[in-house]
Design a protein around this ligand. Structure first.
Ligand code: B3K
Ligand code: ZN
Length: 872
C-alpha cells in the first residue's frame, strides 16, 4: 500500500460545480447515475492532465459519457480503483452509470443496508464506494439527489438540503428530489430510505426563522428520541449565543441506524447517528449515555459551521474541524452541567488514552504528515489533543479575543476548504497575539514532559519556579523543538489560603506563565513564606507535569485549592503514589501494605458536605487500570489489578460506616432526571455502595440485590449488576441471566450486558467470551456488538492477558476475520496489541507473535498500516 504525504498536496485539476445524482434503490443492485458539471480548475494552471476519478473495487461501471457522447472503451480506462479519461474539454458534463450492491456492503462505507433501511457513510472516502468522483474535501459542489424506490417499503426517502419534488415513475415507484444549496465536499453527502417513524419539532433562530427539526428511527424506537431533540435545541441556542452561529437550511434531520462504524456523522442537514448515541430512556439508558447523547448531538450539530460551512482542504487537516468541534462540544457540556466535573472527565480520558497513543507506535502529530489509510487517523490525538490545542489558544487569547478570532475565521473562510494554518492565522490576526511558535503543537507528536523545581528566598520574599520541557522522540521524529506551553499557576500558603503574588509587575491569584524555551525561570514576588504551588490549573496544557509534591502538599491542595480541577488532580496523584508502591510490592511478590494517609484523606472527603458529590465520586473511583498502565513501563497487568483491589479493600474496611452513610445520604427519591445534580448523587451513591459491598457487609449485600431488583432507572440497575459482577459475587451468573431475560428485546441494553459479561475476571473468561460470540444476541456484522464483546474482553485481565497468550491469540483471530469484511473495525481492534513493547516480557513476546501472525495475512490498508507500524 502506498503512503500519502501532506507535502505532496496540489489543488485539484478539475472542479465540479454541480453534482446531480439519481439512485434507483434496490437491496441487491442499486443503479447510481451521476451528472457532474465539471471544468478545469484555473488555480491548477494550464494543463492537459487526464481526468482521474476515485472509485472502489465494489463499484461496477456500466457506462460513461461526456456531454452526452457515450465514451467507447478505448477512450477511458480503469486502473485499480481509478477511472481515467484522457481527452477532456475545459468544461463538460460527465455522466456516469454505476452499479453497487448495498446488501453485500459489510464495510459500512458508502451506501449500505442497516436492518430494514438504506443509509450512507461517506467520510472520509466512502463516496467513492457509491460512484466515481473527485472524492476529496477541497472539491465542493452543489448537490441535487433523486431517489427512486418502492414507496410501500421505503416511505421515507431523505438526502441533504430541502425536498424539492415528489412524483411517480411509470412503473409506480416513488421519486423524491432533494436539493442542497450549500456547496459541499462529497464526504458530507447522505442518503437514507426506510420505513421510519418521525418526531417533529421546531426551533426559532435568533433572527426569527423557524427551522423544522426531525428525528427518524425505526418505529419501535421513536419513544426514545425526546432527550436528543431537547439536546439539539439546546445546542442550536448555545451556538448562537456562544459563537454567533445560526443554522442555515430550513430543515435539520437526524436518523438513527443500528449498524454504524462510529458514533455519528455530520452530513449537511441530515446527520446520521449510531442508535447507541441517540436513543435514550430512563429505563434503558445510563447517566453516562445520556451525557454522551447530548454531547454527540451537539458535536454533530456544531459541525454545521466548524466542518461544513468551513471545511478541510485535505484530510491531513482533519483536526481543523474535529479538534475545534470537540472543544466546542466540551465547552457546551461544561455550560450545561458542571465545568469542573466535565474537565476532570475529559482530562482523565486524554491522560489515559491519548497519552498512551502518543507513547505508542502509532504516535502522530495533530496534523499528521503522512498516512496509508485516513480512517486510521480518526484518533484521540486528532480529536482530543486537537481540542486541547484550541483550548490553549483560548487560554492565550482570553474569551473575548478568541471569539473575535472565531468570528474572523468563519467570516473569512465561509464556503471554503482550508487548513489548520488558516485557523491559527485568523486567531492571530483578530487578537494580535503571536502564535508562530505555538503552531508547533500541530506538527510535533508526543507528550511534552514539564519538570518543575522551586526555591524560596526568605530575605527578598521571592519565589522562583524553574520549568524544563522535554518531548520524547516518536516514530519519524527523533528530535523535538520547544513548544509554547501555557502553564496556569496559583499559590497557596501553608495553611491552604490562596495568596496573590506579583509576576512581571502583575499581582494576581492566578497567572498564565508562557513556557517557550527548553528551560525557563519565573519569579513571584511579595511573599512572606514558602508557598505550595498549584501548577497547571485546569490542565492548561496537555503535558505530563513533574513536581516533587509531598503527601502533605497534596492533601493541602486537595482540601484547599481554589481550582477545582487541581483538587481532583492532587487526589489522583496521592492515589497514584499509593498504588505505585503497591504495584511494585505485587511485582516483587511482597505482602501488600498501605500507608494510612490516603485513608485519612478519603475520610475527610466523605465527611465534607460542601463538596460536589460528583467530584467525590470521581476521586473514589481511583486511577483506572488503563491509566496505571499508561504510567507503567513495563506493564504488569495482574499486579495493577491486585494493587487496585487491595487498596479498594483497605479503604472499604477502614471506612465501612462512612460508605454506608454516604450511600444512604445520596439516595434520591422520585422520578429519574438526567440532570447534573441527580447524576452527581447517583454516581456518589453507587460508588459508595461498591465500597460498602467490598467491606463484606451482609446488609450492603442485601441493599445491592434490592437496588438491582427495584431500581426505576438503568443507571442504578446497571451499577448494581456491575458491582455484583466485579466483586465476583456468587450471584453474578444468576443476576446476569435475570438481566438478559429482562432486557433481551432492547438491543442497546443487551450490548451493555455483552460488555459486562465479557469483562468478567474469572479463570474461564476466554470460554465465556467465545460463548458470547455464539450467543443469539451477538452479530458480527454489527459494530456495536463487536465492540461490546471484544472491548469488554480487553478489560478482563484474567481473560485477555492470560499468561499463555491465548487471549491475544483469540483477539488476533477476530481481527483476521474482520480484516476484509469491515476494515475500519478490524483496525480499531488492533489497538491493545500495539502496546506490546510496554508489556512485561512474558506477555510482550506473545503479543508480538500475534502481530506477526496477522501481518502474514492478505491485509486491508487499514489493518496493514497499524500492524506494520507496530512492528517497525
Ligand atoms: N466526522 C465523523 C467521523 C467520521 C469518521 C469516518 N471514518 C464524526 C465526527 O467526528 O463528528
Ligand atoms: Zn466530529
Amino acid at each position: 500500500p502506498s503512503v500519502i504525504y501532506l507535502k505532496d498536496y496540489k489543488v485539484p485539476p478539475f472542479l465540479i460545480d454541480k453534482t446531480e445524482l439519481t439512485f434507483d434503490l434496490d437491496e441487491a443492485t442499486t443503479i447510481v447515475t451521476s451528472r457532474l458539471h465539471m471544468r478545469r480548475n484555473p488555480a491548477f494552471g494550464k494543463s492537459t492532465a487526464p481526468l482521474v476519478l476515485d472509485g472502489g473495487e465494489d463499484v461496477k461501471l456500466i457506462g460513461v459519457a461526456m456531454d452526452d457522447y457515450a465514451l467507447p472503451p478505448e477512450e477511458y480506462r480503469i486502473s485499480e480503483d481509478k477511472l481515467i479519461i484522457t481527452a477532456t474539454a475545459d468544461e463538460f458534463i460527465l455522466t456516469c452509470e454505476t452499479l453497487i450492491e448495498p446488501q453485500n456492503n459489510t464495510r459500512l462505507e458508502g451506501l449500505y443496508r442497516s436492518s430494514s433501511m438504506f443509509c450512507t457513510q461517506c467520510e472520509a472516502e466512502g463516496f467513492r464506494h457509491i460512484t466515481y468522483y473527485l472524492d476529496r474535501p477541497d472539491v465542493m459542489s452543489v448537490f441535487t439527489t433523486t431517489i427512486i424506490a418502492d414507496e410501500a417499503r421505503y416511505p421515507v426517502m431523505l438526502s441533504n438540503g430541502n425536498e424539492v419534488e415528489r412524483g411517480k415513475t411509470d412503473e409506480g415507484k416513488t421519486v423524491v428530489v432533494w436539493h442542497d444549496p450549500f456547496p459541499k465536499p462529497a464526504y458530507l453527502f447522505a442518503l437514507v430510505a426506510g420505513d421510519l417513524a418521525v418526531k417533529n419539532d421546531v426551533f426559532t433562530t435568533q433572527s426569527k426563522r423557524d427551522i423544522k427539526l426531525q428525528i427518524f428511527t425505526e418505529s419501535h424506537n421513536i419513544d426514545k428520541v425526546d432527550y436528543a431533540m431537547e439536546a439539539l435545541k439546546r445546542s442550536m441556542r448555545w451556538d448562537e449565543e456562544t459563537y454567533g452561529r445560526e443554522y442555515d437550511l430550513d430543515i435539520f434531520m437526524i436518523v438513527a441506524v443500528d449498524d454504524f462504524n462510529m458514533g455519528a456523522m455530520e452530513n449537511k442537514g441530515l446527520n446520521i447517528f449510531n442508535s447507541s448515541c441517540l436513543l435514550a430512556s430512563p429505563e434503558t439508558t445510563t447517566d453516562d449515555t445520556y451525557l454522551r447523547v447530548e454531547a454527540i448531538v451537539a458535536h454533530e450539530y456544531f459541525h454545521n459551521w466548524s466542518g461544513n460551512r468551513v471545511t478541510c482542504r485535505d484530510w491531513f487537516q482533519l483536526s481543523l474541524k474535529e479538534g475545534f468541534t470537540v472543544f466546542r462540544d466540551q465547552t457546551f457540556s461544561a455550560d450545561m452541567h458542571s465545568d469542573t466535573v466535565k474537565r476532570v472527565e475529559d482530562v482523565s480520558f486524554l491522560k489515559t488514552a491519548q497519552f498512551a497513543e502518543d507513547a505508542g507506535p502509532m504516535a502522530h502529530p495533530v496534523r499528521p504528515a503522512s498516512f496509508i489509510e485516513i480512517s486510521n487517523f480518526y484518533t484521540l490525538t486528532v480529536y482530543e489533543k486537537g481540542a486541547e490545542i484550541v483550548r490553549m489558544i483560548h487560554t492565550l487569547l482570553g474569551a473575548e479575543k478568541f471569539r473575535a478570532g472565531s468570528d474572523l475565521y468563519f467570516d473569512r473562510h465561509d464556503g471554503q476548504a482550508v487548513t489548520c494554518d488558516d485557523f491559527v492565522a485568523a486567531m492571530q490576526d483578530a487578537s494580535g497575539v503571536d502564535l508562530t511558535q505555538f503552531k508547533r503543537w500541530y506538527s510535533q507528536a508526543g507528550t511534552p514532559i514539564v519538570t518543575v523545581t522551586d526555591r524560596f528566598d526568605e530575605a527578598t520574599g521571592t519565589y522562583r519556579l524553574t520549568m524544563k520541557q522535554d518531548t520524547p522522540a516518536t516514530p519519524g521524529q527523533p528530535t523535538k523543538l520547544p513548544l509554547h506551553i501555557p502553564v496556569r499557576v496559583g499559590l497557596l500558603d501553608q495553611q491552604g489560603t490562596v495568596i496573590s503574588a506579583e509576576v512581571n509587575g502583575v499581582r494576581a491569584e492566578d497567572h498564565v506563565l508562557h513556557l517557550n524555551a527548553s528551560e525557563q525561570e519565573f519569579e513571584f514576588s511579595g511573599l512572606t513564606s514558602k508557598p505550595v504551588p498549584s501548577l497547571l490549573r485546569g490542565f492548561s496544557a496537555p503535558v505530563k507535569l513533574r513536581y516533587d509534591y509531598s503527601s502533605k502538599d497534596l492533601l493541602l491542595l486537595l482540601s484547599s485549592d481554589s481550582d477545582g480541577f487541581n483538587r481532583w488532580s492532587a487526589a489522583q496523584q496521592l492515589a497514584v503514589n499509593e498504588l505505585t508502591t503497591l504495584i511494585n510490592q505485587a511485582i516483587e511478590g511482597q505482602t501488600l501494605s498501605i500507608d494510612s494517609q490516603l485513608v485519612h484523606g478519603f475520610k475527610a472527603l466523605l465527611n465534607d458536605e460542601t463538596l460536589d458529590p460528583a467530584m467525590v465520586a470521581l476521586i473514589l473511583a481511583l486511577p483506572s487500570q488503563a491509566y496505571l498502565s499508561e504510567l507503567a513501563n513495563p506493564i504488569y497487568p495482574a499486579a495493577i489489578k491486585q494493587a487496585r483491589q487491595y487498596l479498594k479493600g483497605q479503604l472499604a474496611n477502614a471506612l465501612e460506616t462512612d460508605f454506608e452513610r454516604v450511600y444512604r445520604q445520596h439516595k434520591i427519591q422520585g422520578e429519574y432526571q438526567p440532570a447534573a445534580e441527580d447524576i452527581a448523587h447517583r454516581s456518589l451513591k453507587n460508588i459508595a455502595l461498591s465500597y460498602w459491598v467490598e467491606s463484606g457487609s451482609e446488609l450492603a449485600q442485601q441493599e445491592l440485590v434490592a437496588q438491582f431488583k427495584t431500581a426505576n432507572n438503568m443507571t442504578d440497575q446497571f451499577a448494581a449488576l456491575s458491582i455484583v459482577v466485579n466483586t465476583q459475587q456468587k450471584q453474578a451468573d444468576v443476576l446476569l441471566n435475570a438481566f438478559y431475560e429482562q432486557w433481551k428485546a432492547e438491543p442497546l441494553v443487551v450490548n451493555k450486558w455483552l460488555m459486562l459479561s465479557a469483562s468478567q475476571e474469572q479463570e474461564t473468561a476466554l470460554e465465556t467470551v467465545k460463548g458470547l460470540m455464539e450467543h443469539p444476541a451477538f452479530d458480527l456484522k454489527n459494530p456495536n456488538k463487536v465492540r461490546s464483546v471484544l472491548g469488554g474482553f480487553g478489560q478482563s485481565i484474567s481473560g485477555f492477558h492470560k499468561m499463555d497468550g491465548s487471549g491475544y491469540h483469540f483477539l488476533a483471530d477476530q481481527i483476521i476475520l474482520l480484516n476484509k469484511r469491515n476494515p475500519q473495525i478490524a483496525s480499531r481492534l488492533c489497538t491493545p496489541l500495539t502496546r506490546w513493547k510496554k508489556m512485561q516480557p512474558e506477555l510482550s513476546i506473545k503479543m508480538k507473535a500475534e502481530l506477526e501472525r496477522i501481518l502474514a495475512e492478505d491485509l486491508s490498508k487499514d489493518v496493514y498500516e497499524v500492524i506494520s507500524k507496530s512492528l517497525a
